[in-house]
Design a protein around this ligand. Structure first.
Ligand code: COA
Length: 225
């Protein structure tokens, strides 16, 4: 009887260890072929933001507008974007924005949004997507788009993506990393605290509260000494 209990315990322990074992992922810069997998992951992970930007019924067109905007900007649109690959698919993403990367000054993204969504669609989506935007400093690496596919969570994918983004920031001689996380996203806050970020300041936004239903945003920062 004792042997059976020990054997069952060993199997359970083994299974638990397998479940929580970090997933081996290949992290690399995003390519054009990753556009749709990335957007579909963001649509799932950032449902509130996408819903506010495009409306539930306009989601497919919204995704098409973003894909078209990225295609027109070409590789410049993908600067700083990292994807985690496992099981032959994109399972996670993050973006490291730096001052040198700038923004889209060609107007290509705006044109694409106009064509796909029309004038009202552009106004609505641009406003919603820019609600928690951030002016990146010269010595800063700004992290965004941290997202992992549901079935691949709690296996170290986001931790690995953050570590890679940090490595890239150090290569670019940035002095600190920063990001915004909503006050109610305790899972993400825990992830960032564990990765060495500290709460820096709280931002309250009436518009974000009305449109994204998130009034409080925490600005977190990690010094790269
Ligand atoms: C937040 C998110 C990116 C975490 O991705 P993940 O790959 O599951 O995270 P990891 O497995 O690398 O977790 C690393 C650590 O973060 C913390 N963490 C991650 N998810 C957590 C959760 N749901 N609850 C509590 N802590 C959590 C834990 O400390 C974890 O370490 P542990 O598993 O050893 O305890 C993922 O849940 C997600 O995509 N959420 C939706 C999108 C989102 O909210 N993005 C953040 C925007 S700011």
């Amino acid at each position: 009887m004792t042997c059976i209990v020990i054997a069952i315990t060993k199997v359970m322990l083994h299974t638990t260890q397998e479940l929580i074992a970090p997933l081996p992922v290949d992290i690399r810069p995003a390519q054009m072929s990753d556009i749709y997998p990335m957007l579909s992951l963001h649509r799932e992970a950032f449902a509130d933001k996408f819903g506010a930007a495009f409306g539930v019924r306009g989601m497919a067109r919204g995704i098409e507008a973003m894909a078209e905007a990225w295609r027109r900007q070409g590789s410049a649109a993908l600067r700083g974007m990292l994807v985690a690959y496992a099981d032959d698919q994109v399972v996670g993403t993050t973006t490291l924005r730096t001052w040198e990367m700038g923004g889209d000054t060609s107007g290509a993204a705006e044109m694409a949004f106009h064509q796909v969504l029309g004038t009202w669609g552009v106004l609505r989506s641009t406003f919603a997507l820019s609600l928690v935007d951030h002016q990146v400093d010269r010595v800063e690496g700004f992290i965004s788009d941290v997202a992992v596919l549901g079935p691949y969570r709690r296996r170290g994918v986001a931790r690995a993506l953050l570590a890679r983004a940090e490595e890239e920031a150090r290569i670019r001689r940035k002095r600190y990393l920063s990001l915004y996380v909503s006050g109610s996203n305790l899972a993400a806050q825990q992830l960032y605290l564990r990765a060495g970020f500290v709460n820096c300041r709280i931002r309250h936004s009436l518009w974000a509260s009305l449109i994204l239903h998130q009034r409080t945003w925490v600005f977190m920062r990690k010094d790269l000494a």
